[in-house]
Design a binder for this molecule. Structure first.
Ligand SMILES: Cc1cc2nc3c(=O)[nH]c(=O)nc-3n(C[C@H](O)[C@H](O)[C@H](O)COP(=O)(O)OP(=O)(O)OC[C@H]3O[C@@H](n4cnc5c(N)ncnc54)[C@H](O)[C@@H]3O)c2cc1C
Length: 323
């Protein structure tokens, strides 16, 4: 991928391409995905995302998979487009994570012997968790509903304002989500003996007896919910989920810049000036009124995609497209 802010002198680095992950010359220096093999890790011993440093050493790239080859003028368009899609998908990922916390939090309340419908302080926390999760999920839905198709490529891009707001909300609120999961669950999620004790003939029966709270919920069901919450929020993996939420798809400042760059403040200035009958809008050059919909700065948009950016494949006539 190129960078957002490239100049002509960076042309040699303005490249973007895709290769199979096992292509000759590619080395991925990775770390394990999740917590494979750990019995207490009820989620991440099965589901995980590996991260790695990818080293390219004389890798052959098929021309069909080259998306940018020195056209530094288009590096920002490519990077912004990629980031908008990535942030939109981050919302979906973290909303799913939030669903797990809501479900597991409710199970822990039940196993602890409490009904959040009756215990107002637990209901308040659960509603706060639901509000956070569904709040940024709604931004994802709005980004889809207000998505727009590029007139030339027909590629559909999520609305950048809603995609960036949703990602910013989840980045900042992931820590609050963890806190609420801890609040409603209690300390058991980290004090509970490990899976080795589950079948220890010396202790298992005693643990099952003393660590049951709600008589209707057997011990093994309570500790399952507790271990799931530990895995998601209080383990090495729980910390990892925080960091990917904060920095994955770009750090918060990057989202703030994109929200301000794309938000049609000019339209809102119009609205208020109409309301105030000031009628001073003839000067659209005023900085505070510059960003408008639909083209943000003008009716056509600042950077409409240009067909001249398309590079013909070797042996192909200009204007011909590959399948
Ligand atoms: C688990 C995980 C998975 C990821 N997966 C992906 C992925 O699939 N695809 C992908 O593209 N990226 C992915 N990322 C990378 C992510 O996009 C980067 O982590 C993110 O862009 C931040 O970059 P950085 O971590 O190098 O932090 P840095 O850029 O070092 O930033 C650290 C801090 O310094 C600030 N800062 C940085 N530069 C400046 C500056 N010039 N002026 C002022 N402040 C500055 C930042 O705002 C931040 O607060 C992933 C990250 C994580 C943690």
């Amino acid at each position: 991928m190129p960078c957002r802010n490239m100049s002509e002198t960076d042309a040699a680095f303005a490249v973007c391409c895709a290769v199979p992950c096992d292509a000759d010359g590619v080395t991925i220096i990775a770390r394990p995905a999740g917590r494979p093999g750990e019995r207490a890790a009820l989620f991440s011993n099965k589901y995980g995302q590996s991260t790695g440093v990818v080293v390219f050493d004389r890798v052959f790239v098929a021309w069909e998979r080259v998306f940018l080859a020195g056209e530094w003028q288009h590096s920002s368009q490519l990077t912004y487009s990629y980031a908008t899609h990535h942030r939109h998908t981050c919302i979906a990922a973290r909303a799913g994570f939030g669903d797990l916390l809501i479900g597991a939090g409710a199970l822990m309340c039940e196993a602890n012997g409490f009904d959040p419908g009756q215990e107002t302080h637990l209901r308040e926390q659960m509603v706060q968790l639901i509000t956070i999760v569904e709040g940024f999920y709604a931004c994802g839905v709005a980004a889809s509903v207000y998505a727009s198709a590029d007139s030339l490529s027909k590629t559909v891009t999520p609305d950048p304002v809603f995609a960036n707001i949703g990602k910013l909300l989840l980045a900042n609120q992931i820590y609050e989500m963890h806190r609420i999961a801890h609040y409603v669950s209690g300390g058991l999620i980290v004090t509970l003996p490990g899976p080795d004790e589950d079948h220890n003939p010396e202790t298992a029966a005693q643990l099952a007896d003393v660590l049951r709270a709600n008589p209707a919920v057997p011990y093994d069901k309570r500790i399952e919910a507790a271990r799931l919450i530990e895995d998601l929020t209080a383990s090495y993996q729980g910390g990892w989920y925080s960091v990917i939420s904060l920095h994955g798809g770009g750090s918060p400042e990057a989202m703030k810049k994109e929200i301000w760059r794309n938000y049609p403040v000019g339209n809102k200035v119009d609205l208020v000036e109409r309301l105030l009958h000031r009628n001073v809008l003839a000067d659209t050059g005023r900085k505070i009124a510059a960003v408008r919909q639909p083209g943000k700065c003008c009716d056509a948009g600042c950077t409409p995609p240009s067909p001249t950016a398309m590079v013909a494949l070797p042996g192909q006539l200009p204007g011909e497209t590959s399948t």
